[in-house]
Design a protein around this ligand. Structure first.
Ligand SMILES: Nc1ncnc2c1ncn2[C@@H]1O[C@H](COP(=O)(O)OP(=O)(O)O)[C@@H](O)[C@H]1O
Ligand SMILES: Nc1ncnc2c1ncn2[C@H]1C[C@H](O)[C@@H](COP(=O)(O)O)O1
Length: 223
């Protein structure tokens, strides 16, 4: 059954899934796209030419990786626009700057000139009225222990070799970041409230919450 029609979600909606590494964004992206009959926009991890090198040497590759991600996400944004919406997006563009680039700059693994170049490019491309923001950002949250367990189970080699302090710092930054995020409406979901692996049906109550959120936000915007 197409839950999009049942819960009256506009077919042009763009929903982006945010949250720290390993929390379950890709799993949620697939489940929601399936339930709503939407297209997906994924981060390319396996074909990313910088990611392995980046995890081996943050200082050397952090700028290259950020530029690569920015270009990829912008191309995806264009694709979403050309289709007229109807997409679930795995990770928002806002996390690249608000979490990753900022963290590497503040920790000293991206030099100040590179950070300045990156942020001015990001602001010129994204933080303008010409860039359509998503209709909804779904923020996935959970405990650090649960997230570390998921990173371990997934087993990407470069993430296994990364010190736990990196994930701890990222988890802390995500909490602060979401508390001040205001580029689009946010729906928070705790990963203990659903289990898409054990039960596919657990997507339905989530779609229902998305529907009331999107339709309520629409009404508020009209007033
Ligand atoms: N609801 C869930 N319950 C248990 N494990 C999950 C759940 N959602 C995702 N996972 C597992 O957690 C790991 C990370 O999920 P993934 O969707 O790849 O995260 P992300 O895209 O945020 O990095 C994967 O091994 C996935 O199978
Ligand atoms: N902007 C980014 N900077 C550094 N690393 C990033 C960025 N965006 C994603 N990543 C990394 C983190 C993970 O190792 C992979 C995929 O992310 P995931 O949260 O598992 O989808 O890319």
């Amino acid at each position: 059954m197409n839950l999009r029609k049942k819960f009256d979600i506009p077919s042009s909606s763009v929903i982006t899934i945010a949250g720290t590494v390993g929390i379950g964004k890709s799993t949620m992206t697939n489940a929601l796209a399936n339930a709503l009959n939407f297209r997906t926009s994924f981060e390319k991890v396996d074909t990313n030419p910088y990611l392995d090198k980046f995890y081996e040497d943050f200082d050397r590759w952090s700028f290259h990786l950020q530029i690569y991600f920015l270009a990829e996400r912008f191309k995806e944004q264009k694709r979403i626009f050309e289709y007229g919406g109807g997409f679930i997006q795995d990770r928002s563009i806002y996390e690249d700057t608000g979490i990753f680039a900022k963290m590497h700059y503040e920790k000293g693994t991206m030099n100040p000139t590179d950070y300045e170049t990156y942020t001015s490019l990001f602001d010129a491309m994204v933080m303008t009225p010409y860039f359509p923001h998503p209709d909804l950002l779904i923020y996935l949250e959970g405990s650090l222990d649960d997230i570390l367990a998921r990173i371990k189970v997934r087993g990407r080699p470069m993430e296994q070799q990364t010190p736990i302090e990196y994930w701890t710092e990222m988890h802390r930054r995500y909490e602060n970041w979401i508390n001040q995020f205001n580029a689009c409406p946010v729906l928070r979901l705790n990963i203990n409230e659903y289990d898409l692996i054990q039960s596919e049906e657990s997507i339905e109550p989530i779609v229902e919450r998305i529907s009331s959120f999107i339709n309520h936000t629409k009404k508020v915007r009209r007033v």
